[in-house]
Design a protein around this ligand. Structure first.
Ligand code: C2E
Ligand code: CA
Ligand code: CA
Length: 654
């Protein structure tokens, strides 16, 4: 061979190598692009499905089919992806070529294999002259392959394709494995997240089960658990105190201001209490308006005394709720471990008893448990039982007290005052049982009983005192806020046909705060022509300005204004102001609790008040006694002396 020929051959072979290098560079670039495309295939798709879509352009194939072996066995393959969507899902029996590819070999043929077993391939079975390329693919234990087919008659896949295919096959398997690993990593992260969430919600659930939703404080069951744990660890000589706090008049706050304000009040209280306790103490809400504070440990009784006093003062400070100033207070009872009880239940019960004593002696006060209290508690339970029995046996009766025209002494009305006459004929005053009756839900029934008694005596009363007498009935603020009860009562009065002879005495709160009274009951009362009086005027929340907004028929000025009025200049000016306002608005004024001649004299001389009630004129009496009393025919049941006072006082000075 000549030098020239040798040189030429060298150049040609270099040229070939250069071409090969170029080809490889192109391949690598193509492969990189392909891999990128492969890796972004969505996680939900079959990864094999992603592979073929990137191969079609590289290998210039007309048809690509991704086949995968379901689980481990090789006897059937399933088409998991294809650019001919009709093939997806078709089942293939691997022939010799497919088997080879499955074992990891790259096979380039002219389609001489048998695809007869393919269930759906039909006319797509590669013909004898159709070039085919088999690329094995593995993903973990999952095996599969890609089958690329060119149209019949086209040039077959050459060596460079096989090289490229080998690289691709390897790369793709690695890429898939990497993607799997990545996915597993994500999976495990997600799993961890889920576990964390689960643990969190388990904690939240446990918290929910143990804590009160409104205030976030430990609830009844949890408080018990916590205290029992503490008690179990107590050594001789170690002490603990349990303070039981009951919010005063909480039901009334709910009735008058609504439940949102009630809730806000409870939260406010929880907040104030939690600022008073030490880190080791326990604060819990054990029912609607009951809180407990456990002081653990304490040494001196004085520590507890000063703490409960502080709490009590704090609860007395008004709460600003929703822009409204709500007055609150809490009655507190305290029991000490071990002297007043060794178990949570005993301590709670005894603290509750002490609280009840505090509430009944003076709302908002503090009481420590003692043995005598234990006895009085059983008395209260006994009283409740008696009251229920009295209700069932209808042992309540009306006493009537005259309301008189203080200038003429004439009787213009009677106030109905409730009495409980027990089996021993002892007469109980309303203050001693009304609060319990109201708590027990008996009051509405009792009021209706009173109404019936009054109606049954009406003919005799008419005969004795005339048909113009107005009978007043006391209605509590809670009753006034219950439209159902009010409707029943108003209906009963209207049905009697004597509505003009009846008047309801309501407290200032009922008129101002009980919204349902204003919206539901007031119109009914007006329509029925039943009178409305404001009772105990001056002791509640109202202001004089309120009178201009409400249409009431009568104002009953509270006894506290009238007592010794002649000696109290400050009260005198208030009474004068109420008097002129009443006159200007055309509202009748009644002075309550007139007991002395001096009081009456002052009222006659100095106020425009026209009517009065009080022991000076008449003490409340049961209806039969009232009817029998030796009173002048149509005149007032006034004692001769009272009548003479009026005469003397009203006689113009000589
Ligand atoms: P109240 O409505 O202010 O009734 C007047 C109370 O003052 C009555 O006491 C009456 O006996 C008493 N009183 C009358 N004149 C004088 C007086 O000159 N001096 C003194 N010291 N007291 C006088 P009572 O009957 O014990 O009733 C007390 C309160 O119980 C009543 O105050 C009223 O708020 C309530 N009450 C009475 N009966 C009923 C009722 O049927 N339903 C409701 N919801 N409350 C009632
Ligand atoms: Ca009254
Ligand atoms: Ca009154």
């Amino acid at each position: 061979m000549s030098h020239a020929e040798e040189l030429r051959e060298t150049i040609v072979s270099m040229q070939r190598e250069l071409d090969m290098l170029r080809l490889e560079t192109t391949h690598s670039r193509t492969l990189l692009d392909a891999l990128d495309a492969l890796l972004v295939v969505s996680g939900e798709d079959d990864p094999f499905a992603g592979v073929f879509s990137v191969l079609l352009p590289i290998f210039d194939a007309a048809l690509a089919i991704a086949l995968a072996c379901p689980s481990d066995h090789d006897d059937t393959m399933e088409c998991v992806a294809s650019n001919d969507t009709g093939l997806i899902g078709s089942l293939w029996q691997p022939d010799a070529q497919l088997q080879k590819a499955l074992r990891g070999r790259i096979v380039a043929t002219l389609g001489s294999h048998d695809l007869g077993a393919c269930t759906a391939a039909g006319d797509l079975v590669p013909g004898e002259d159709q070039p085919a390329l088999y690329l094995p693919l593995t993903q973990h234990s999952r095996r599969g392959l890609l089958l690329l087919l060119r149209e019949s008659g086209k040039p077959g896949f050459d060596r460079s394709h096989v090289i490229l295919a080998r690289k691709f096959s390897l790369l793709a398997s690695h890429a898939l494995a990497a993607r799997d690993a990545h996915r597993r990593e994500i999976e495990s992260q997600r799993l961890k997240q889920l576990t964390d969430q689960l643990t969190d919600s388990q904690h939240a659930l446990a918290h929910r089960a143990n804590h009160d939703q409104l205030t976030g404080l430990p609830n009844r069951a949890h408080v018990q658990e916590l205290v029992e744990e503490r008690l179990a660890r107590k050594r001789p000589g170690e002490k603990l105190a349990l303070a039981f706090i009951d919010v005063d008049d909480f039901k009334r706050v709910n009735d008058i201001y609504g439940h949102d304000v009630g809730d806000a009040l409870l939260r406010g209280i929880a907040d104030r209490l939690s600022k008073q306790i030490r880190a080791n103490d326990i604060l819990g809400r054990i029912s609607g308006d009951e809180f407990v504070v456990i002081l653990d440990p304490f040494r001196e009784r004085s520590e507890i005394v000063s703490l409960v006093r502080r709490i009590s003062e704090l609860l007395h400070q008004p709460f600003d709720l929703d822009g409204m100033q709500v007055k609150g207070s809490g009655s507190i009872g305290v029991a000490l471990y071990p002297v007043h009880g060794r178990s949570y239940e005993a301590l709670r019960r005894n603290a509750d008893t002490a609280m009840y004593r505090a509430k009944t002696s003076a709302k908002g006060s503090v009481e420590f448990f003692n043995r005598a209290l234990g006895r009085s508690m059983s008395e209260r339970q006994c009283r409740e039982q008696q009251l229920r029995a009295a209700f069932a046996a209808r042992m309540f009766r009306c006493a009537l007290q005259a309301k008189v025209d203080i200038r003429s002494g004439r009787i213009i009305g009677f106030e109905t005052l409730l009495r409980w006459v027990d089996a021993q004929d002892v007469v109980h005053a309303p203050d001693t049982f009304l609060p319990i009756a109201s708590e027990l839900g008996l009051l509405d029934g009792i009021t209706l009983m009173q109404m019936e008694e009054l109606l049954s005596w009406l003919p005799q009363l008419d005969q004795r005192f005339g048909k113009d007498i107005v009978y007043s009935l006391n209605i509590s603020a809670i009753q006034a806020s219950h439209p159902g009860f009010m409707k029943t009562l108003i209906g009963r009065i209207a049905q009697s046909g004597r509505a003009r002879n009846f008047m309801l005495e309501l407290t200032e709160e009922s008129l101002i705060w009980a919204n349902t009274f204003q919206t539901d009951s007031l119109p009914l009362l007006r329509e029925a022509n039943i009178g409305i009086a404001i009772d105990d005027f001056g002791t509640g929340y109202s202001s004089l300005a309120m009178l201009t907004e409400l249409t009431v028929d009568e104002i009953k000025i509270d006894r506290s204004f009238i007592a010794c009025i002649q000696d109290r200049p400050h009260q005198q000016s208030i009474l004068r102001a109420i008097g002129s306002l009443g006159r200007a608005l055309g509202i009748d004024l009644v002075a309550e609790g007139i007991e002395t001649e001096n009081e009456l004299a002052w009222l006659l001389d100095n106020s425009g008040i026209g009517a009065g009630q009080g022991f000076l004129f008449h003490r409340p009496a049961f209806i039969p006694e009232l009817l029998e009393a030796d009173l002048p025919g149509n005149g007032p049941p006034l004692s001769a002396i009272t009548q003479s006072i009026i005469e003397r006082l009203t006689k113009p000075a000589a």
